[in-house]
Design a protein around this ligand. Structure first.
Ligand code: NAD
Ligand code: UGA
Length: 316
């Protein structure tokens, strides 16, 4: 079985491709090395993939690749490519979100209608919900993003569903909830908190710290992709959360415990675009493809901490 992973040099795409290779898939990975964060970090993400049997890498943007040539060679698409920052999506930057999150998704789907694709998995996002009216959040909850990024991910998701309805491409959208673990992007909370405590620097908390997230460990997200590949229903949308929610303040306490030292906290203004709380109802994914997140926040943060401690140089 041959599959395409877009955004393969990214945090999630690289883990997903490694797992697919371990499962015996042949993987074509594409990535444009978007400069949202450094190429050096992305090249490091690819280290477990390059020169591995069954893996081939094509550098380039979805817009400039020979998509038909690639798609004719694969059965399944795992579309992870995007510009992922929530708080950075305001102002002039938004054109890059339109391009890489909306337009690139449409271009890819458009090419898929002329070939036989068994499953198209779209990496969607909890950011489509914004400040949900009630918790836990079901897939039927109103989507009212509070960031331009969320708007772009929701548009991509709508396109995926449209191409299912219009052309029968079996698209499945997975709404990931704040993913963490080894190789987490350098702009994300846990990466910054753990780096800061390791280097004895200040941790900047946006707002009061009482915001909550349903943090999801990377291995659980990868597992959800594999399960959805087999059993996810075409045209459907699924929440992929970690199974519980926790406040930022509580996560700092866990990191302090793991590190064996106190964090130096600096509270700054809450950021525009951040949802206050997220918490996924995962019963639909559980029902349709037996999704069952296995890594709790303590174990996940310990694994993230241990990895970053050994690999801090990559980010300096
Ligand atoms: P990432 O930035 O680490 O990876 C995305 C990769 O896509 C990057 O390497 C980038 O260079 C590549 N890319 C972007 N535009 C491209 C294009 N036009 N052509 C080819 N490659 C392109 O981000 P991530 O955290 O791994 O996120 C992966 C996906 O999951 C994204 O779609 C993101 O929106 C979604 N998501 C992430 C999280 C999270 O917590 N990390 C949560 C919800 C959803
Ligand atoms: C994450 C990803 O970055 C998005 O790509 C993804 O789409 C989104 O999850 C999702 O679930 O859909 P976010 O929840 O903002 O977005 O993840 P973090 O950057 O790890 O932030 C988590 C919390 O920590 C937020 O409340 C944020 O305000 C806070 N934070 C982050 C700080 O207080 N300080 C920081 O330096 C960074």
């Amino acid at each position: 079985m041959k599959v395409l992973v877009t955004g393969v040099a990214g945090f999630i795409g690289s883990h997903l491709a490694e797992r697919l290779l371990r499962e015996g898939f042949q993987v074509i990975g594409v990535d444009s090395f978007l400069d949202y964060y450094s190429r050096k970090i992305k090249e490091n993400n690819l280290k477990g993939l390059v020169n591995k049997n069954g893996f081939s890498f094509i550098e380039g943007s979805i817009f400039e690749l020979d998509l038909m040539g690639i798609l004719k060679r694969v059965d399944t698409v795992f579309h992870q490519a995007a510009i992922p920052g929530v708080r950075a999506s305001w102002g002039k930057e938004f054109y890059r979100y339109i391009e890489n999150n909306i337009l690139a998704t449409q271009v890819l789907l458009e090419s898929c209608k002329d070939v036989k694709i068994n499953k198209f998995i779209y990496a969607s996002s909890s950011s489509v919900y914004g400040d949900a009216d009630a918790l836990p959040i079901k897939e039927t909850t109103n989507t009212q993003p509070v960031s331009p990024y969320g708007v772009s991910k929701l548009a991509g998701e709508h396109l995926a569903t449209l191409y299912f309805k219009g052309y029968g491409i079996p698209t499945v959208s997975l709404r990931y909830f704040t993913v963490y673990g080894p190789r987490q992007r350098p702009d994300m909370g846990f990466h910054k908190f753990i780096s800061a405590i390791l280097l004895g620097k200040e941790i900047e908390i946006y707002g009061s710290g009482d915001q909550t997230r349903d943090f999801t460990f990377i291995d659980d997200v990868v597992e959800a992709n594999l399960q959805a590949f087999v059993k996810g229903k075409g045209g459907e949308i699924y929440n992929v959360g970690g199974g519980s929610r926790i406040s930022l303040t509580e996560t700092i306490k866990i990191i302090e415990e793991i590190a064996g030292r106190k964090a130096n906290l600096k509270y700054t203004e809450a950021q525009k675009g951040d949802a206050k709380h997220t918490y996924a109802d995962i019963s639909k994914a559980r029902r349709d493809f037996s999704y069952n997140p296995k890594v709790d926040i303590y174990e996940g943060l310990k694994r993230h901490y241990d990895w970053l401690k050994e690999n801090l140089d990559i980010y300096r």
